[in-house]
Design a protein around this ligand. Structure first.
Ligand code: TRP
Length: 334
C-alpha cells in the first residue's frame, strides 16, 4: 500500500479552510486508499515566538478535532511529532545534506523572516531550518505521497532534492516522495479578505471560521463576509472574488458534484446566498462539534490513540533512520 504523510501545525485553532481544503479528504479518501500517517507537528510550532501552554493545548485540540472529523485509528496513524525522536534525529542528518544557500532561498522563510525583522524582532534559527525538519518528517517514513497545499510545494521539492542527494552520496536510503495537491479540495478564502487563504493566523478581521465556533458566531462571520459591488449572483473568481468564495464554500458544504457556477443561478440576492452558506456551514460542522465534545469528555481515549500512534510511527521510522545513521558513517552503538 502507498505510504502517505501529512502534518498539521498546532499554531492556531483549526479552520473551515483546513477542513475543506485538507482534512476532509484525509478522512474520506486518504486514510482508506493508503497507509496514512497524520502528524501534529508540534516542533514546527516553536519556530516563532510561542506560548508553551498554548502549544500544548492546541496540540491536544488538533488531535481531538482530527478524530472528531473522522480519522479512524484502525485506518491511519495519528500521532504527535515530538513523541517520536526519529524526526529530530533525522533532521540533523538532513541539515548535513542541505546547503545554507538553498535554505535561504525558501520563499516562506524569506517572507516570514522579512516580516519579523520589519517588526524589529529576531528570527529563530529554526525558522531557517524548518523545511529540513519537514523533510525529516516525510523521509523518516519512506513516504511516497504528501498531500499538502500549494504553499508547501517548495518544501516538498526541497525534500525530494535532499532525498536524491543523500541517496547519491551514501547509497539508496530514502524513497523520493511527491506532493499531491488534491484537485477537488476547496481553496477557501478569508471572508474579510478573499485575496488570502483562510488561515489559522488570520483571525484578526473576523474572516476566519474556526471548526469550534458556536453556530451564532459562524452565522455572524458569514453574514458579514465582504461581497463585491453588484447585486446579481454570478460566479466569477477574478471579478467577484468575495462572492465566488461564498459559492465555493456552499458547493463544498453540499459535497461532491456540487458546482458553484450552477449554485449561483439559484440565488437572486447576496442576503439569500449568505443565509444559505451560514446554514450550510453550521450543519457541516454540527456533527464534528458534537463528536469533539464527546472526545473531550473522554481524554483517556484520545491519549490511547496518540500513544499507539506514536508507537506505530516509531516502529516504522526507527529502522530507516538507523540505516541513514549507518550510511553517513556514524558508528553503531557498541
Ligand atoms: N509545513 C507544513 C505547514 O505549514 C506542516 C508540515 C510539517 C507538514 N511537516 C510536514 C506537512 C510534513 C506535510 C508533511 O502546513
Amino acid at each position: 500500500m502507498k505510504r502517505i504523510f501529512s502534518g498539521v501545525k498546532p499554531t492556531g485553532h483549526l479552520t473551515l479552510g483546513n477542513y475543506l481544503g485538507a482534512v476532509r479528504r484525509w478522512v474520506d479518501v486518504d486514510q482508506h486508499r493508503a497507509e496514512a500517517l497524520f502528524c501534529i507537528v508540534d516542533l514546527h510550532a516553536l519556530t516563532v515566538e510561542h506560548d508553551p501552554a498554548r502549544v500544548r493545548r492546541l496540540s491536544r485540540q488538533a488531535a481531538t478535532l482530527l478524530l472528531a472529523a473522522g480519522l479512524e485509528p484502525e485506518h491511519c496513524t495519528l500521532f504527535v511529532q515530538s513523541h517520536v525522536d526519529e524526526h529530530a534525529r533525522l533532521s540533523y542528518l538532513l541539515e548535513c545534506t542541505a546547503t545554507d544557500g538553498e535554505m535561504r532561498r525558501m520563499i516562506q522563510y524569506r517572507e516570514k523572516s522579512a516580516r519579523e525583522r520589519a517588526r524589529g524582532g529576531s528570527v529563530r534559527l529554526s525558522l531557517l531550518t524548518y523545511p529540513v525538519l519537514m523533510a525529516a518528517d516525510i523521509l523518516a517514513y519512506g513516504t511516497e505521497e504528501v498531500p499538502v497545499g500549494d504553499d508547501q510545494a517548495q518544501h516538498v521539492e526541497l525534500t525530494r532534492d535532499l532525498a536524491v542527494r543523500f541517496n547519491q552520496r551514501y547509497g539508496h536510503t530514502f524513497t523520493v516522495p511527491k506532493a499531491t495537491h488534491p484537485a477537488v479540495a476547496a481553496r477557501v478564502r478569508d471572508l474579510q479578505d478573499p485575496a488570502s487563504k483562510m488561515g489559522k493566523s488570520g483571525d484578526a478581521g473576523g474572516g476566519v471560521v474556526f471548526l469550534l465556533d458556536e453556530p451564532e458566531v459562524v452565522r455572524r462571520k458569514v453574514m458579514r463576509a465582504v461581497t463585491d459591488s453588484g447585486h446579481d449572483v454570478v460566479y466569477d473568481r477574478a471579478e467577484r472574488p468575495g462572492l465566488a468564495n461564498l459559492l465555493d464554500v456552499l458547493a463544498a458544504c453540499r459535497g461532491a458534484g456540487s458546482d458553484p457556477a450552477v449554485l449561483a443561478g439559484e440565488y437572486s440576492s447576496y442576503g439569500d446566498l449568505k443565509r444559505e452558506v451560514a446554514d450550510g456551514v453550521v450543519e457541516l460542522l454540527r456533527p464534528l462539534r458534537k463528536r469533539h465534545a464527546e472526545l473531550v469528555a473522554d481524554p483517556g481515549y484520545v491519549d490511547g490513540v496518540l500513544r499507539e500512534g506514536a508507537a506505530r510511527a516509531r516502529e516504522l521510522a526507527r529502522p530507516l533512520v538507523d540505516r541513514a545513521y549507518r550510511a553517513v558513517g556514524l558508528m553503531p552503538p557498541v
